[in-house]
Design a protein around this ligand. Sequence first.
Ligand code: 6PG
Length: 241
Amino acid sequence: MSVHYYDTADLVATVAARQTVAVLEHAIKTHGRAIWVLAGGSSPMLAYREMVDHYADKLDWSKVFVLIGDERFVPLNDSASNWGSVMQVFHESTKLSAVTKIEPKIFETVALTATDYEEKIKSLSIKHFDSVWLGVGEDGHTLSLFPDNSAFTQSTDRWVVPVYDSPKPPSERISLSLTALKQARNVVIFATGSAKREALYRAHEDGILPIAVVARTAEENGANVQWLYDAEAWSDSIPRP
Ligand code: 6PG
């Protein structure tokens, strides 16, 4: 696990994009395809744009399989949809829009939506996730794994779990589980923005917030985990993990 400091969120985005393209390129050379778990929320948006602006010609993007780490229980064309928001950026580039999409399908219930997405992911015989991007909430959540929420606290063999009573609206979501994150090979954590400073400090201090547990679980199962901080989120008292 490594902690990196950059003056701005723009620099975090530049580094995240550059490093991820290298990981995806290596995976394609080694396995013929790369699996990339996309993050929702606003923090990674600059990095997605960096991909579109500077790396569209770098890879055969059709060999990059993308799935979303968590999705709100809304139609994909709803402005709140994580998948919809990221695909909107990708579709600004004909080349990036050629990624192989593992698209979630929204059913009548969140439970069915989670089951279907898990089946879709597993049907591709995915053995690991080459790159996983994670945002961090102000309460230390990541994906849609929230403190004290059963989707985080209850152990499960499932890779995709339904989430109820999310404190961050909408209340229903689907999320990769802690178990799924054991398949990660490279994790990039977008530790940006002053609103996250307290949660990020606590994550390193007591290690019990979801972002801390997810990062530790991934690392214990062989992942290279990088926390990319900007100045707003950094606090000098952050212990080096
Ligand atoms: C979601 C996101 C969530 C996000 C954090 C940070 O569905 O809300 O996936 O986990 O990553 O809440 O969000 P921001 O990057 O917008 O601060």
